[in-house]
Design a protein around this ligand. Structure first.
Ligand SMILES: [Zn+2]
Length: 62
């Protein structure tokens, strides 16, 4: 395995649509996953959707 850089999962605030790079959480067994921020720094909302699942963003990328 090489050290190819990995693009972090990005999350979109459902309220104001600001995009955040996910925070890396190490998992047992050496894996990791990305988590959205606890709350939006811009509007305080706690609802996030993965950018890849974001309907408007995904509409033209597939
Ligand atoms: Zn927001």
């Amino acid at each position: 395995m090489s050290h190819s850089p990995e693009r972090p999962v990005e999350f979109v605030c459902e309220n104001c649509h600001v995009i955040y790079a996910g925070t890396v959480f190490r998992e047992e067994g050496g894996g990791h996953r990305y988590e959205p921020p606890e709350e939006c720094a811009a509007c305080g909302a706690r609802e996030f959707v993965e950018l890849t699942q974001y309907p408007h963003a995904a509409a033209h990328t597939e």
